[in-house]
Design a protein around this ligand. Structure first.
Ligand SMILES: [Mg+2]
Length: 237
């Protein structure tokens, strides 16, 4: 184990709830369009378009909204009503202004660690939307660096670290996604702590095989993080 120079955190579903908002929205969307087809089929079409549209619009709510619009047109074969479109827009606006609900222990862990280490927030998606959530979360004050990236890849992590003259070996990344928060960080030589969230967006799933032989920590809750860091810092002495 190498030293820890900086602790970086993912935001969505690591520090605050996010996936639950999307699940609720998808259920509302299915209900809205249920006169036009079988709810399961509507859900599958929306999920597929959400995934396919990342390459056009990137991550985030506006991308999701356009996927709902596209799915609505498809599953109704163009018969979707203006009033139904209006409801899709309302679902989106409710999500955009929803209260940012911290995960249990998030603030306590950040408060404990920010006295000892510089903390960095690294989240991917739409800049306007993520800035709003960071602001509303009340957690911005714990971070020395806040970075919103288009995607989380080995390349984007390397670019970020070099911007601040930080070495990958000194970075410990904490997050709920193996695909975005763990694998690319291990690839560049950093350390990672995986804290699974109750549900994971299908896009973030990874093959078990990709994890074979990799060395990262798994915690049940952010509340256990300060003790793990303490343990790691002693093993580095
Ligand atoms: Mg996340």
């Amino acid at each position: 184990m190498s030293r820890i120079d900086i602790i970086a955190f993912d935001a969505d579903d690591t520090l605050w709830h996010n996936e639950t908002l999307y699940s609720q929205a998808k259920t509302q969307f299915q209900q809205l369009l249920s006169p036009y087809g079988e709810p399961e089929r509507i859900r599958r079409r929306l999920d597929a378009l959400e995934e396919a549209n990342i390459r056009f619009y990137g991550y985030g709510l506006k991308s999701f909204a356009l996927s709902m619009v596209e799915a609505a047109i498809e599953v109704t074969e163009g018969r979707v009503a203006g009033s139904e479109m209006q409801q899709i827009i309302e679902i989106t606006k409710r999500m955009l202004s929803a209260e940012v609900e911290q995960l249990e222990n998030a603030e306590a862990a950040l408060a404990a660690l920010s006295g000892e280490y510089p903390l960095m927030l690294i989240t991917k998606g739409d800049s306007f939307e993520q800035h709003g959530k960071i602001e509303r979360s009340g957690l911005a004050k714990y971070f020395q660096y806040i970075e919103i990236v288009i995607d989380k890849t080995a390349h984007s992590y390397r670019t970020l670290l070099s911007k601040y003259n930080l070495e990958p070996e000194g970075m410990l990344m904490v997050g709920n996604s193996l695909r975005s928060d763990v694998l690319p960080v291990l690839e560049i030589g950093g350390q990672a702590v995986y804290i699974p969230y109750a549900s994971t967006w299908a896009h973030e799933h990874v093959d078990e095989a990709a994890l074979q032989g990799l060395n990262y920590h798994v915690l049940e809750s952010l509340g256990l993080l300060p003790a793990l860091i303490e343990q790691l810092s002693h093993s580095n002495d």
